[in-house]
Write a protein that binds this ligand. Structure first.
Ligand code: GMT
Length: 378
């Protein structure tokens, strides 16, 4: 068994759960002595610290007048092959079957050095599939030709088997969080800076404002809560639904209680002033934001969708509600927010739950085990 490995990582470098998971994984693996090569179109946004073990190889997209579209996928495969040979990579860990696993397979065929491909599915592959069945075969190919495939929840694993009928063993490796960075801080000044009164409870929602996040339901739930207690809603993130949700808050007559904060970096600081998190999505393979919140002592209410019930323990550190049921969500929220003892218990249990099940130290080890195992055959 080799102690330290050379690992290539490809993900979408922009803001998003999969990009965060891939980048944090690379950073943690580097801390454990592995050499990490990010092969991405841009610098991953969480790659902020310098490490002698981390390298960034940018996929250059030439603009050739004869091509109608810049060939990102081919440029990526080409760069992957180059780095596999140049750095003698042991593992190429790609996030998303399409296009990244497919590019990795092409790169492996082109390269002279042998590399193992590990593919992590984050769910959006299946969402894309739902929209365009013509991709089915390509996604299936990406999965079946990978040496190891992982999903971020048991639910996504089952969904992948059902939708794609793949003939591959899939391992579940949950999203993770570093509880050294994510913990509840005493941020009274931040509350004051946002004009939050002492008696007000703070609800929070963080997402990329896509339709699947159902922010409409978050606003409807908040309206019902705010009718019974002084409260503020912090909406963090940006995306296609942003303007529409601004207008909806106006129409619902709750605009003065809803703070649209846009994209934010220091999520743990904002979570530290929150009392309850709402994630009422119609699709969610895991919900990384849930464990970010729980690590900061924020109980969560989520829908019984995708991997969410694998993250929140109903009636213990939060609640699970049916999709599109703002009535149940508001009832549970009021139960919790009006009972300080219960809230303290749920908050403590949320922190413990994350430390026990989703802490970096546990999950990164699982990935290391997978890498070592797939290399054993060589
Ligand atoms: O949630 C999004 O829209 C972003 C998306 C992504 O591809 O980055 O997140 C997916 O991957 C995350 C990391 O594994 C999961 O925590 C999210 O649940 C998942 N999103 C969906 O399934 C909608």
């Amino acid at each position: 068994m080799r102690e330290t490995l050379k690992i290539g990582i490809t993900c979408y470098p922009s803001v998003g759960g999969s990009g965060i998971v891939a980048t944090e994984l690379g950073k943690q693996l580097a801390k454990r002595g592995h050499e990490i090569h990010f092969i991405t179109s841009d610098m991953p946004f969480r790659l902020t610290e310098i490490s002698s073990k981390i390298f960034f190889h940018q996929v250059e997209l030439g603009h050739y007048p004869v091509f109608q579209y810049p060939p990102y996928d081919l440029a990526l495969a080409n760069k992957m092959a180059e780095i596999i040979d140049q750095e003698h990579l042991d593992i190429l860990h790609v996030h998303y079957a399409m296009p990244h696993a497919v590019c990795a397979i092409l790169a492996k065929q082109m390269a002279k050095h042998n590399v193992k491909i590990v593919t992590t599915l984050h769910g959006t592959d299946i969402t894309v599939l739902g929209m365009d069945k013509s991709f089915t075969n390509m996604i299936k190919f990406g999965i079946e030709q990978s040496d190891v495939v992982t999903t971020v929840s048991e639910n996504l694993k089952q969904q992948t088997y059902q939708e794609l009928n793949v003939n591959t063993d899939i391992e579940v490796v949950y999203n993770f969080i570093d509880t050294v960075d994510y913990y509840r801080k005493n941020n009274v000044n931040l509350r004051i800076a946002y004009g939050i009164k002492e008696e007000e409870k703070v609800l929070i929602h963080i997402s990329n404002f896509r339709k699947v996040k159902r922010i409409t339901d978050v606003l409807l739930t908040f309206k019902k809560i705010a009718a019974h207690m002084p409260a503020k809603l912090l909406l963090i993130g940006d995306g296609p639904e942003y303007s529409e949700m601004n207008h909806l808050a106006e129409r619902l007559g709750i605009a003065e209680h809803v703070l649209f904060l846009g994209k934010q970096q220091n999520i743990a600081d904002l979570l530290s002033i929150a009392d309850l998190k709402l994630l009422l999505s119609e699709k969610e393979s895991f919900g990384l934001v849930l464990i970010e919140a729980m690590a900061c002592g924020v109980p969560c209410i989520g829908t019984s969708v995708g991997g969410i019930p694998e993250v929140i323990e109903h009636g213990y550190n939060g609640y699970i509600v049916p999709l599109n049921d703002s009535e149940s969500a508001s009832q549970y929220a009021l139960q919790l927010l009006q009972d300080q003892q219960k809230w303290l218990r749920y908050s403590k249990q949320a922190i413990e739950h994350v430390k026990k099940n989703f802490d970096t130290s546990i999950i990164v080890q699982q990935y290391e085990f997978i890498y070592q195992n797939v290399l054993k055959g060589d």
